[in-house]
Write a protein that binds this ligand. Structure first.
Ligand SMILES: Cc1cc2nc3c(=O)[nH]c(=O)nc-3n(C[C@H](O)[C@H](O)[C@H](O)COP(=O)(O)O)c2cc1C
Length: 186
């Protein structure tokens, strides 16, 4: 049995206007099971983590942590930067991890994918992301979904235009949704 609606917080780990990961994220919203309701949780306004701000957290930080806390699950689409996750995403995770009793990642079901031009598109970056989320007690779905960008992968409108890639991602996102449902039902 699955939940009728699963509210998924969608995090794109790139701030770039023409981001291929943002295009991938948009395509995933379109191909995912209907019961998933995606809402983007933006990283764009977050300041760099600074413990001096803890007594009066900036509004964008509170909006970010409230959004992660209130969604059923989180789906991350990110590029790989220097074989790791982009700093903008690590910064957001750090804000969400503090103060430790209010860690928003604890027991949160998380799925991830990403695309980069490299041959092992984001695989190593995802390993780092998994490690960090594991330390924070998030429930990361098993398996891997990473893509190497190719010119023919997206159509001129920026949507995925490759049926086998769509099928692969649909399977991964469905497995993520089922995994999250199992945890949320408990
Ligand atoms: C600082 C930096 C480091 C990068 N490191 C990697 C890397 O380790 N592996 C990789 O495949 N691509 C790497 N790239 C290339 C990015 O994956 C590529 O620019 C990608 O398009 C960025 O994602 P976006 O289009 O969603 O912004 C790097 C790019 C930058 C700016």
């Amino acid at each position: 049995m699955s939940l009728s609606v699963q509210n998924v917080g969608l995090i794109v780990g790139s701030l770039r206007r023409e981001s291929i990961n943002r295009k991938l994220a948009s395509s995933i919203v379109g191909l995912a099971p209907d019961r998933l309701k995606f809402t983007e949780i933006s990283l764009a306004q977050l300041p760099m983590y600074n413990g001096d701000l803890e007594n009066d957290r900036p509004a964008p930080v509170r909006r970010f942590t409230d959004a992660v806390r209130n969604c059923d699950s989180v789906f991350i689409v990110m590029p790989e930067f220097n074989r790791s996750l982009p700093a903008v995403l690590k910064n957001a995770i750090d804000w969400g991890s503090k103060p430790q009793p209010e860690n928003v990642w604890l027991d949160k079901p998380v799925g991830m994918t990403g695309i980069s031009p490299g041959a092992i598109g984001t695989a190593v970056g995802q390993q780092h992301l998994r490690q960090i989320l594991g330390v924070l007690g998030a429930a990361v779905v098993g398996g891997e979904a990473y893509l190497t960008n190719r010119p023919e992968l997206f159509d001129p409108a920026g949507m995925l235009a490759d049926s086998s890639t769509e099928e692969f991602l649909r399977n991964y996102v469905t497995r993520f949704a089922d995994f999250a449902d199992k945890l949320l039902r408990q």
